[in-house]
Design a binder for this molecule. Structure first.
Ligand code: AMP
Length: 400
């Protein structure tokens, strides 16, 4: 079965086409700058040269049509006809409390996703535009939605509630939701496979550290706690996001700096984290390069970033009353041996011991980076959210 995976942002649309028989990627690509004067389309068929086009793509509907044209194009395409696409899976950031797992798109599901626009105003509306665009361009093809929050719906109340008036939870559903769920879910399964033990028997801390970053405590195969909250601002220090801080900083800063709420919100989301402390970049590559050159601010940003990661791993080990493995994934987690070393070398008391040679190996394979004697296993597991979306979609529609 051929499954198309879509990830629609406000001005972008990313896609991957899978043959589920062997889970092979047939093509992938993205449409960027949708609705702007010159949109850029990058199409990468697996066995053919990459295509890059600049054209005017005014909306998601046109973007989806463009993607289908490229997938079925005589020269650049990988399909003979669009009827070969048997299902489409969408990434949707927020599933609120309504969606505890992936589901097939129905009119009721669309209504429910609309109700959640409030909780993810930047992310859920474009996902809905993607769903509607597929409906228009591939009529009758079943669609599924896979939510970033769904994996964390297993959290117990003591993890997901904030100690603020309960009326706010009842009225507005203010609570911890957590994000990157597809990634934490995927890497936890893969880690259990590599360790060679049932996931249900393991206590894991998965660290998805990329541009956005979150840690999850996984107990008996389920999310028990996670560092992102109502929004993806809480938790670890990130590229441009502050992560945890005293909430009183918000009114205090508004008062002292004469800023509006939206200005402070923008400061915390877009001008904080590594970027703010280093004064240099939100990209860990630039931070570590500058650190090697002796840049003190870059070193401070790195130290704060890794310190906060250690604190979360320690907290989650305590929350689960034990820990069997730590898993690193996403841009920083998969690529930065220095970040992994700074984290693991500081928590040896837990029973984690890094093997420096293994840690320095560059590989796209899931692997151990701890010593054979290490009681707590440490792994690098490349994440693959698109594959999990394709699998969920396939499993949901194959019986239909
Ligand atoms: P992601 O959001 O998972 O795509 O991660 C993107 C981030 O990963 C970038 O902003 C970089 O900070 C980080 N990254 C990617 N490659 C490396 C690398 N070789 N070393 C350190 N950080 C990296």
């Amino acid at each position: 079965m051929i499954v198309l995976v879509m990830n629609a942002g406000s001005s972008s649309l990313k896609y991957q086409l899978y043959n589920m028989k062997n889970e092979a990627v047939l093509a992938q690509g993205r449409v960027e700058r949708i609705g702007m004067d010159s949109s850029i389309v990058t199409h990468e068929p697996t066995d053919k040269p990459e295509v890059r086009q600049v054209s005017e793509i005014l909306d998601h509907n046109t973007a989806v049509r463009k993607v289908i044209d490229l997938l079925t194009h005589a020269e650049h395409g990988v399909l003979k006809a669009m009827t070969e696409i048997k299902a489409v899976g969408h990434r949707v950031v927020h599933g609120g409390e309504s969606f505890k797992q992936s589901t097939v798109v129905t009119p009721e599901v669309k209504l429910e996703i609309r109700k959640l626009f409030d909780l993810a105003p930047l992310h859920n509306p474009p996902a809905m535009m993607g769903i509607l665009a597929v409906e228009a361009n591939l009529p009758g093809v079943p669609q599924a939605v896979v939510f970033d929050t769904a994996f964390h719906q297993s959290m117990p109340q003591e993890s997901f509630l904030y100690p603020i008036p309960m009326v706010l939870y009842r009225r507005h559903k203010i609570r911890r939701y957590g994000f990157h769920g597809t990634s934490h879910d995927y890497v936890s399964h893969k880690a259990a496979e590599v360790i060679g033990q049932p996931l249900k028997s393991l206590k894991l801390v998965t660290c998805h550290i990329g541009n956005g970053a979150s840690c999850t405590a996984i107990l008996e195969g389920k999310s028990f706690d996670t560092s992102m909250g109502l929004t993806p601002l809480e938790g670890l220090m990130m590229g441009t996001r502050s992560g945890d801080m005293d909430p009183a900083i918000v009114p205090f800063t508004m008062n002292k700096e004469d800023l509006t709420l939206s200005e402070v919100s923008s400061m915390l989301n877009k001008h904080s984290g590594l970027q703010a402390i280093s004064g240099l970049s939100s990209d860990m590559r630039e931070i570590t390069d500058a650190m090697k050159e002796g840049d003190k601010n870059a070193k401070l940003a790195f130290d704060m970033y890794t310190y906060r990661l250690r604190k979360y791993i320690g907290a989650y080990a305590a929350a689960m009353n034990g820990i069997d493995a730590i898993v690193f994934t996403a841009g920083v987690g998969e690529n930065s041996s220095v970040v992994r070393k700074a984290v693991v070398d500081g928590i040896t008391f837990l029973g984690a011991e890094l093997d420096d040679a293994r840690n320095d190996v560059r590989s796209k394979e899931a692997r151990f980076i701890s010593t054979d004697a290490s009681r707590v296993k440490v792994l690098v597991v490349p994440t693959n959210e698109e594959l999990l979306i394709a699998r969920d979609t396939y499993n949901l529609v194959k019986t239909k």
